[in-house]
Design a protein around this ligand. Sequence first.
Ligand code: SAH
Ligand code: SF4
Length: 430
Amino acid sequence: MNVYDSSRMADILRPLGYAQVDVPEDADMMILNTCHIREKATDKVFSEIGRLKKHKDEKEAKGGKMLMAVAGCVAQAEGDFILQRAPVIDMVFGPQTYHELPEMVLKANGNERVVNTDFPTISKFDHFPEEQNQGAAAFLSIQEGCDKFCTFCVVPYTRGAEYSRPVAKIIDEAKKLVDQGAKEITLLGQNVNAYHGENSDGKIWGLGRLIEAVAEVKGVEQIRYTTSHPRDVDEGLINAHRDIQKLAPFLHLPVQSGSDKILKAMNRKHTGDRYREIIADIRKARSDIVFSSDFIVGFPGETDQDHEDTMQLIRDVVFASAYSFKYSARPGTPAANMSALVREDVKTARLTEIQDLIAAQYFDFNKASIGKTMSVLFERKGKKEGQLQGRTPFFQAVNAEANDRLLGQFVDVTITAATPNALVGEVKTI
Ligand code: SAH
Ligand code: SF4
């Protein structure tokens, strides 16, 4: 989401004469686009400001000017406090205000310090200029915000209420992305499958129906979506996995915990078994689909048995990959006031156990890919000279020797070797 937001900020700033540069020394403005999801991420912002400050100081010592801004969810949550703690910062603005960047830059250039953490009633999406080329694999934001209020999470507070963009705007944007070379589109949202956007006939579409329409856009060859919530997996979406071949056989479906007690305390509103059922239903619809997930270890009150329930769920489902995090108390969230905190060393041990199990599952999956031929979209040059890098439909990273002219193309690649985190492949028609 933040990668996408950064590219949209660049789009908005371009008409003002700004262009992206590779090193801070060349910049007239630096924007730190931030994440507030865990404490570590927030801490990083201030150390990063400290690190980058010297570039501004150097430039200003030579009589130049450099604006420094904090954007994103830390900006939304901390607002004015950032200006107080970091005098070097000129602008602080939240995720729903990016379309107002031109006015903000004008003020900041006039030496006014700007804090903008509004949730404007008009959608920023209606004010974004046309996008610049995102390449062969493009993101398209269809939904933002969240009304679910999981007890550990800051998103509903920093990103605001759930909002779905109208169907016509999304289809329009998909066409433009294809014109610019996109072959794969990843539909983005904090709760992407809570999507309920209005079609031009006034009907409300769910994500399944929307995917069907995006698949009909000429030139779209593969579709992904992220991040989804188990509660919003409905029949329409399951049928989309059955009927739409362009929908990649990979689904990131965060579960957080396998313990019913913890899931309840997290306000996830489903049980471990309900999650297993959803997985089974989707597998029935698309037999080759693989899953990834998010896990939080050490939520308040989590016992050894709760942790074991999570381990059992991972053994039962078998994931192709996953992100796992130690629980981090976020100010203002209900869980931050909960007792029965889990000791740090216990969290560390549980995290290691989960990560080891999932890493083994992922390595097994990668090894099972050897000998298979898959359609890989080459997105960038590989680490080694003469190699290109892309992803399989199952979202595994692949490196293969290939001619540069295959960059941005779907190419059949035969997998020849597997490491825990990536694959090596061979292209027939180099
Ligand atoms: N909307 C998605 C998740 C968005 S946040 C969902 O509901 O599943 C991305 C991930 O960050 C979450 O899945 C969760 O695993 C992690 N996360 C969120 N808040 C956290 C916290 N307070 N501590 C640790 N991890 C957290
Ligand atoms: Fe956060 Fe996801 Fe829960 Fe929304 S559904 S509150 S984004 S974890």
